[in-house]
Design a protein around this ligand. Sequence first.
Ligand code: DC
Length: 226
Amino acid sequence: MSGGGTVITIDGPAGSGKTTVARMLARRLGWGLLESGSLYRAFTWILLREAPRLLESPEETAVANFLRGILPDLRCELGEEGLRIYFRGRRLSEELRAPETEARVSEVAALGAVRRLVNEILRGLVRERDAVAEGRDMGSVVFPEARYKFYLTASPEVRARRRYLEWKAKGLEVSEKEVLEGIKARDHKDSSRREAPLSIPEGAVVIDTSELSPEEVLRRVLAYIE
Ligand code: DC
């Protein structure tokens, strides 16, 4: 199980713990960690910087054509700690979590032509290295043939509490109620969109993480794999 082509998918809504568990699992296996959301974030940031007018009333073909045009300037490396994305030699990191990016990414991720482009890049990356792929549609659309598929979930209240504590630790001023409203709005958007809505992939093992620590979730995931 090494050298590329083997994929374990972990999907789920925001705050389900999928990113934490995917990171722990990738580290444990020595595999790449494919955080698909980073690519949507990178494209959103690039669009905001290079072609903001395309986002005024996004037309999917125009947006995807623009993004295909900048591909020679984009480099992605699949590391154990996540996807490293470079645009014109500059490593994108803070930019991906910037409020402007955060505010627009779900619009960009709703465009079918952009999703197809992202999916091509993701599939290319795992040819080089075995990976834990984390996102919303990894097991359902991008890697339906994945060796193992997991879907993590938790109640909206638990997920909101996790996000709230995360943001508070970073010094951000938000109320738990606001975070909960944001989570519910995002859930609705992600599961009702036309393109690749958030859903439980066929054959996925569902784990409710509401009452579990990340270590306990990892233990369950490893129990299935081993
Ligand atoms: O996981 P994240 O918060 O970094 O994801 C950023 C955005 O991209 C979020 O709005 C959901 C979307 N996304 C998606 O539509 N499909 C994926 N496979 C991963 C992320």
